[in-house]
Design a protein around this ligand. Structure first.
Ligand code: SF4
Length: 249
C-alpha cells in the first residue's frame, strides 16, 4: 500500500497545549473538507518536499507515492539527531489514509516514536481503526459559521467519545473568526461536555490573518468567548497559531 505526502519536516509545534514541543511533521495530501480559512494545499502532488536540515528552507523533492517503509526511512533521516518528541501526523486529513496508517504506525511504535494525530475530528470509523497506536489527538470541532460548510457535530461527538473510551490524550480545537455564531459555539461547548467530560481541554484558536482571512476576532471577543465556554468546561485556553509568529513551518 502507498500514500501521497506533501511534506516531511521537523519544527516547533505551534498550536494547542503541546505548543513549543519539537515535532516531526508528516503531512498527508488530500482533505474531504473545504474550510474557508484553510491555509494548507490539500490536493495531491507528484512529489513531496522533505527538509533534512530543520529551518533551512532547503528541500529534497521525492516522488509520490510512498510505501510505509519509505516513510519510516525518511522519518529516521529527518530525526537523525533524535530531537523530536513526537511524530505529528497532519494534512490535509491523515485519517483519509487510515489503511496506510495501519501499516505505518505499528512500525513507528516499534521504534518507540510517540504519535500525535491532527485531525478534522469527523471520521470516527477511521479513527477507531488506528487509535491503538495513537498517543495524542488534536481534534477540531468545526463551526459552520466559521468554515462556511454544513455542520458535522454528530461525527465530532462520536470521534471525541472514541478518544475517551480508549483513554487517549485528546484536546478539542475550535477555530474562531469574527463571524463566529455564539449560539453555535455554546452548543458545541455543551456537547463537548457530554461526549468528553468537563475536564476536556478546549483550545479556542483565533483565525490567523491572511490575504483571504480578514475576519480575525478581536481580543475583546476572545475574552468573552473564553468566559462563555468556561461556564461549561473547566479548561478553556486561547492559543493562536504561534508558528506563524515565529515564521517557522
Ligand atoms: S480540515 Fe484542515 S486541511 Fe482540511 S480544508 Fe479544513 S483546514 Fe484545510
Amino acid at each position: 500500500m502507498k500514500t501521497y505526502l506533501s511534506e516531511v519536516f521537523s519544527s516547533i509545534q505551534g498550536e494547542g497545549p503541546y505548543v513549543g514541543e519539537r515535532h516531526l511533521f508528516v503531512r498527508f495530501s488530500g482533505c474531504h473538507r473545504d474550510c474557508s480559512f484553510c491555509d494548507t494545499p490539500t490536493e495531491r502532488t507528484s512529489a513531496a518536499r522533505i527538509e533534512l536540515i530543520p529551518g533551512s528552507g532547503t528541500f529534497e523533492t521525492v516522488p509520490n507515492p510512498f510505501t510505509a517503509e519509505q516513510v519510516v526511512e525518511w522519518i529516521r533521516k529527518v530525526d537523525a539527531q533524535k530531537t523530536n518528541r513526537r511524530i505529528a501526523l497532519t494534512g490535509g486529513e491523515p485519517l483519509l489514509q487510515a489503511p496506510f496508517l495501519g501499516e505505518l504506525l505499528p512500525r513507528l511504535c516499534a521504534e518507540e516514536y510517540r504519535i500525535y494525530l491532527e485531525s478534522a475530528g469527523d471520521l470516527p470509523q477511521q479513527l477507531e481503526s488506528v487509535i491503538e497506536w495513537i498517543n495524542v489527538v488534536s481534534m477540531d470541532v468545526k463551526l459552520s459559521s466559521v468554515t462556511g460548510e454544513p455542520n458535522t457535530f454528530p461525527a465530532h461527538w462520536k470521534f471525541l467519545k472514541i478518544c475517551r473510551d480508549h483513554k487517549v490524550d485528546v484536546f478539542v480545537k475550535l477555530v474562531l473568526s469574527a463571524e463566529t455564531d455564539e449560539d453555535e459555539l455554546m452548543e458545541a461547548a455543551k456537547v463537548i461536555l457530554k461526549a468528553g467530560g468537563e475536564e476536556t481541554v478546549v483550545v479556542l484558536q483565533p483565525m490567523t490573518r491572511a490575504e483571504c482571512n480578514t475576519a480575525v476576532p478581536t481580543g475583546e471577543l476572545l475574552l468573552r468567548w473564553q468566559d462563555q465556554v468556561s461556564s461549561v468546561l473547566r479548561d478553556v485556553r486561547v492559543i493562536p497559531q504561534t508558528h506563524v509568529m515565529m515564521e517557522v513551518l
